[in-house]
Write a protein that binds this ligand. Structure first.
Ligand code: ASP
Length: 361
């Protein structure tokens, strides 16, 4: 969503092509000159549940490994940004009653989708440059099933349409008009998703068409959620209105399995938020799960995925945040810049945690 970007120039008529060109042209060699934070000094890196609140040091990581392998760290649910707190509460109601991770993540992110005050997801989401709210969402279960909708208009809960795609069709992704038709055929109601305040903001934006959002300034973007239920099954969901004032037809990472979300129940799951184009180019969530499969902790895997983006795509003008969990209930979070946070709900508490970040300038 718009708050994650900081484009120095704000092209008007040629907006998006130039915006993305700026990102593409970032020299990758800059990386070597950057200072990166060490694990031990930054707040909130690996959070293990049942362990102390936030810890950065490797030794804490090891402690968590030990704690978490006793199988006591479930159920749990983790989700992106401040709005994750309310979403986690809804997901927890399912999990604490022995419900499935799949039901939990759908119910959880529906809270965010339905909140008109959240201008980056669902109802009240920031529109594209033509004033249309177009939504992207996907869901993935512990069996490896998945469903997705992209460029969907007029439906308040795209995550539930994505679940229907998964369960009721032979396909994985439905887009645009086809996704809308399918949603209507499944009984979803057609609604106007542009609220008065998002309409006003868009109208103001059209005065200058200045595409210059600022990194993290609004602190609410895509909601990505991962849950592990009592049966140790993992599912995930991801839903967004995408970049504010994006080009008509633009689809980001959030509805793309492997980019915005990936779950492999043998290993763990990962979700992304931030500049979707950068996540798509690196197939971020799939990468994180594969790194965990090969032995990395969730924290190490998230860090590696962020570092790959920094090295290959630059980092100055955009933000990416990743969350991951593994089968032991260990959690990782990493971002490029300061400002990304997430909500973690365990048996003990539901709390916001600042993510580790890797760029210091
Ligand atoms: N990843 C989303 C997208 O690119 C934006 C976000 O996370 O706010 O559409």
């Amino acid at each position: 969503m718009l708050s994650l970007f900081s484009f120095r120039k704000a092209p008007l008529s040629k907006y998006s092509i130039n915006d993305y060109r700026q990102l593409r042209n970032k020299p990758t060699t800059m990386f070597s000159r950057r200072k990166f934070l060490s694990n031990s000094t930054l707040a909130s890196l690996t959070v293990l549940f049942g362990a102390s609140q936030t810890s950065c040091a490797q030794s804490d990581d090891e402690k968590v490994q030990n704690l978490s392998s006793n199988g006591s760290n479930k159920p749990l649910v983790i989700s992106t940004w401040n709005h994750g707190i309310a979403a986690n509460v809804a997901a927890w109601e399912i999990l604490e009653n022995g419900g499935s991770a799949l039901d939990a993540v759908e119910k959880g992110v529906r809270v965010t989708e339905g909140d008109p005050k959240i201008s980056s997801v669902g109802y009240g989401g920031t529109p594209d440059r033509d004033g249309a709210v177009t939504l992207d969402a996907c869901i993935m279960d512990s069996m490896g099933n998945c469903g997705s909708v992209c460029f969907l208009e007029h439906i308040k809960h795209p995550i539930s349409v994505a679940r229907k795609v998964m369960e009721e069709t032979p396909h994985v992704i439905l887009a645009g008009e086809g996704a809308l038709q399918f949603a209507l055929s499944q009984g979803f109601e057609k609604e106007d998703l542009l609220t008065e305040s998002s309409k006003k903001a868009w109208e103001k934006w059209t005065e200058k068409k200045n595409y210059a959002p600022i990194i993290n300034v609004e602190n609410h973007d895509t909601i990505g959620m991962l849950a592990m239920d009592e049966n140790n099954n993992i599912s995930g969901a991801c839903t967004t209105s995408g970049l504010g004032y994006k080009m008509k037809g633009r689809v980001g990472d959030s509805p793309i399995i492997g980019a915005g979300l990936f779950v492999d129940n043998e290993v763990g799951g990962a979700v992304a938020t931030g500049l979707g184009e950068a996540v798509l180019k690196s197939v971020g969530s799939f990468l994180i799960v594969e790194l965990m499969r090969n032995g990395m902790t969730p924290q190490e895997a998230c860090d590696e995925a962020i570092n790959r983006i920094i090295k290959k795509q630059g980092y100055k003008d955009f933000q990416i945040g990743y969350l991951a969990i593994n089968k032991n209930g260990e959690v990782g979070a990493s971002s490029i810049h300061k400002g990304f946070n997430y909500a973690l709900h365990t048996r003990d508490e539901n709390r916001l945690i600042d993510s580790k970040y890797l760029a210091t300038d």
